[in-house]
Structures are given as structure tokens and as C-alpha cells.
Ligand binder design. Structure first.
Ligand code: NAD
Length: 418
């Protein structure tokens, strides 16, 4: 019988080769497939291994087992956590804590994971943040700080990591995004739904603070689109959206039923100069690269498709501010956050201030249907009122920053080709 990972590898390869698979999605699936194949082999050998690699650093620190943290499923709500259990209490970003605790970021090699790990390492110190993924990290990432293999579908392996590394928080990024998920629904169900079951149960057992991102994709055609409030109808039409609504509801349930410190932000499209993971809002990132490489871009959405967006700096800061917000300020466990909304044509107009000759053509594909069911303008007034969320990047600052960052990458590429 094929192992789960072997089936995943086979599924990814098949999806990547599917005739209707958009080229960027194919590329992303193809990137994951070898990792999943490797994972199939690693599953076998891991059965014969009793420990995971130890975290770097923290040498000489005493290892303290807080037995109170090992709540193996008592049905009653746990006693209130005292300060000693919460490693991170809103330090200044420049401050490095002496905490022995770890904060793992599963799915760390994705668009958000790597940058989030770097952000948190600047705040808490290199060894306090444990990156993990099923993909082999490049040398730079591997040398930046602790990086381990973790399959989100392997509950026992996750338990071992939490115990061995004395983990306090989990930031759960592993997922198949909207366009990729539609190309391989069974795998999306497993990674996005079963993966969430695993981390939620784990967080409950070991009393961890858990962050799971949600998305504008958790809304659907029946939701009000302009603006979309924090609480409204959610009837998404993608497996990605369905899995995110599932995560939101399960997390809220575990919070009310078991006292789990579950926190969830619904992000809009996140724009950074790192390669995106196969979402519907990715066009905005591609437009910068193509504008600066060739001066031309073919967009898979219509020119007037308005979607909420934010720069990655705002995204990372929102996550950290939310994770460190005092519990008493949180009237909810799930909040909308955003910074701006724009259409492809509005983005192109702003970009022409730097690339005046930019030509954009439009050829909508299956992602247009997804975008048409998503919010156009996201109402994040509750996050602003409750825990003080405030974005810093508007459209013009976003474009200025991206032109600079992507421009540097494009120059490096050109130099490497010479
Ligand atoms: N990027 C965005 O615009 C955006 C917007 C809203 C929400 N989000 C959410 O943020 C999270 C991260 O998004 P991203 O853009 O970084 O995604 P991404 O696709 O770039 O990264 C996801 C990572 O998950 C990993 N992964 C896949 N299967 C795994 C498994 N079995 N075990 C462990 N890891 C596995 C992949 O290797 C990949 O590195 C996702 O949950 C996504 O829904 C992202």
C-alpha cells in the first residue's frame, strides 16, 4: 500500500500535469512533488528513529518539564494560564528575550513562513523560532537558525517536536492555497483540514498558543462584498475557503470548550517579493516581476477585479501584534485585517509611475471565478477597535517598496545570466 506521502507526491505530480492547471500553479505543484516523494522515503526511515534533531543554541539551559502543560485531553476547561506558561509578553521588537521556549512555524518555506520566521527571530532571538516544512531548505535558510522536517499530517512526529523543543506557540502556515487546492482537492482536504485537526489537538494537549491564518477566501458569493464585515454569511466555493471556515469554527469551538488560546486573522492577498504559493491574488506579485523584467504582463483576472491586499510587512506585524495582544482585549478569536483594495488596472497605473512603458493585457482564466466570489473591500474595523490594528502601507508605498525590492532581484538575475 502507498504511504500517505507517496500518495501526496503522486497527486501533486498528476495535478501539475493536468491540462487545465494554470502555468504558475503547475510550477508550484511541481515544486512540492519532489519534496513529497522524498517525504515518502523519510516516513519509512523515521519509524526507526526515536528523536528529532535537537535545536541549535540554548546550550546549558536547564530543561524544565512543566507537567501541568501535558493536558492529555481533560474535558473540563484548563485553569487560567499564569505568566510562566506564556513565553512572550509583548516585548519591544528590538528586545531579545532570554526565553528557552520555541515557536515553530510549520510551512515555513512558503511565501509567509520564511519572512515570519525572520521577523520573530529578530524579536525573540534566532533559536527561539523553529522553522519546519516538508521541503529541503537551501543553505542560507538552514544556517539562519533551527530548521527541521515536520509533516503536518504526522501527529506523533508533531508531538515529539513540541516535547523535545519545549514549544509554547505554533504558527500554522502549512496549506494548499486557493488555485493549487482546486487542482488537487483530496490533498487540500488532507493538508488544510487534517493538518488543522492535528495542530488544534496538539495545542490543546500541550496548552500552546495557536495561530492559524484564514483568508478573504473564506467568504463566498452570498457574502456582502463591499464591505465584508467580520461576522457575516460564509459560504465559500473553493476547498481552500471551506477548509479555512472549518479552521475558524473549530478553533473558536476549542477556545470556548477547552480554553485553547486560538488566534486567527483573515488575511487579504499578501504582496511580497518572494514567490507566492498559488493563490488567486498572486497576479499582483507577478505584475511587478514581469513589468521590471519585460515591460509586459498578461493578467489572469479582468482589469476591474477589486480585491483586498496588504504588504507583507503589515501582514507580519499584524500577526505579531495580535499574538501578543492581551487576552482581555480580544472580543473575538477571528478577525479581518487589511490595508487597501485595488484592481489590476489601478495597480498597473501606479506601477507606470516607475515603468511608463508597461503594457498589461487581460486573459481571465478559472481564477476569475474565484475572485468574483471574494470580498472587494474588507471591513477590519473590529481589529482596529479591539487590539489597535493599523496598516502602514497604502498603494503608493506598496508599489514604491516592491519596485525597489523586485528591481534588485531582477538586477541580480540579469547579472547572474551574464
Ligand atoms: N499568501 C497569501 O496571500 C495569503 C493570504 C491569506 C492567507 N494566507 C495563509 O497563510 C498561510 C501561508 O501561506 P503562503 O502564501 O506562505 O503559502 P505557501 O503555499 O507559499 O506555503 C505553504 C507551505 O506549506 C508547506 N506544506 C505543504 N504540505 C505540507 C505538509 N504536509 N506538512 C508541512 N508543510 C506542508 C509547503 O511546502 C509550503 O512551503 C496559508 O495557510 C494561507 O492560507 C496566505
Amino acid at each position: 500500500m502507498l504511504s500517505r506521502a507517496a500518495r501526496a507526491a503522486r497527486g501533486l505530480a498528476a495535478a501539475a500535469a493536468a491540462p487545465l492547471c494554470p502555468p504558475e500553479v503547475s510550477a508550484h505543484l511541481a515544486r512540492l512533488a519532489p519534496a513529497a516523494s522524498k517525504l515518502a522515503g523519510e516516513h519509512h526511515s523515521r519509524r526507526h528513529r526515536s528523536t528529532v534533531p535537537a535545536a541549535r543554541g540554548q546550550q546549558g539551559s536547564p530543561k524544565i518539564l512543566i507537567t501541568e502543560a501535558l493536558d492529555m485531553g481533560t474535558p473540563s476547561p484548563p485553569p487560567p494560564r499564569h505568566a510562566g506558561h506564556v513565553a512572550y509578553e509583548r516585548p519591544h521588537p528590538s528586545a531579545r528575550t532570554q526565553s528557552r521556549s520555541s515557536c515553530p512555524v510549520p510551512g515555513s518555506l512558503g511565501q509567509l513562513g520564511l519572512e515570519m520566521a525572520r521577523f520573530l527571530r529578530r524579536v525573540y532571538g534566532q533559536d527561539s523560532v523553529l522553522m519546519s516544512d516538508i521541503i529541503k531548505a537551501n543553505r542560507d535558510v538552514a544556517e539562519e537558525g533551527p530548521y527541521i522536517f515536520a509533516d503536518i499530517l504526522d501527529f506523533k512526529g508533531l508531538q515529539e517536536i513540541v516535547v523535545t523543543h519545549r514549544v509554547d506557540w505554533i504558527i500554522h502556515f502549512s496549506a494548499l492555497l486557493s488555485a493549487v487546492g482546486e487542482q488537487n482537492v483530496p490533498l487540500a482536504v488532507r493538508v488544510n483540514i487534517e493538518g488543522v485537526h492535528n495542530v488544534i489537538e496538539l495545542a490543546k494537549q500541550y496548552r500552546l498558543r495557536l495561530f492559524v491564518p484564514s483568508t478573504i477566501g473564506s467568504f463566498g458569493p452570498d457574502s456582502p462584498r463591499n464591505p465584508t464585515p467580520n461576522v457575516t454569511v460564509q459560504r465559500p466555493r473553493t476547498i481552500y475557503g471551506v477548509s479555512k471556515v472549518h479552521a475558524e469554527l473549530l478553533g473558536e469551538y476549542y477556545h470556548h470548550r477547552f480554553g485553547l488560546d486560538f488566534r486567527c486573522l483573515r488575511f487579504p492577498g499578501v504582496i511580497s517579493s518572494d514567490p507566492p504559493g498559488g493563490g488567486t491574488t498572486d497576479y499582483a506579485v507577478f505584475m511587478f516581476f514581469e513589468a521590471l523584467r519585460t515591460g509586459r504582463f498578461e493578467c489572469y483576472l479582468r482589469p476591474d477585479t477589486r480585491l483586498p491586499m496588504m504588504h507583507i510587512s503589515d501582514c507580519l506585524r499584524s500577526l505579531w501584534e495580535f499574538m501578543t495582544a492581551p487576552t482581555e482585549k480580544l472580543r473575538r478569536r477571528v478577525y479581518n485585517v487589511t490595508a487597501m483594495s485595488f484592481t489590476p488596472e489601478e495597480l498597473a497605473q501606479e506601477l507606470r509611475k516607475y515603468v511608463p512603458e508597461l503594457q498589461v493585457t487581460y486573459r481571465p482564466d478559472s481564477r476569475q471565478l474565484i475572485a468574483d466570489s471574494w470580498p472587494q473591500v474588507f471591513d477590519d474595523s473590529e481589529a482596529r477597535a479591539d487590539w489597535g490594528w493599523k496598516h502602514r502601507y497604502d498603494l503608493s508605498q506598496l508599489v514604491e517598496t516592491m519596485v525597489q525590492e523586485v528591481g534588485e532581484q531582477v538586477k541580480r538575475e540579469a547579472a547572474a545570466e551574464k
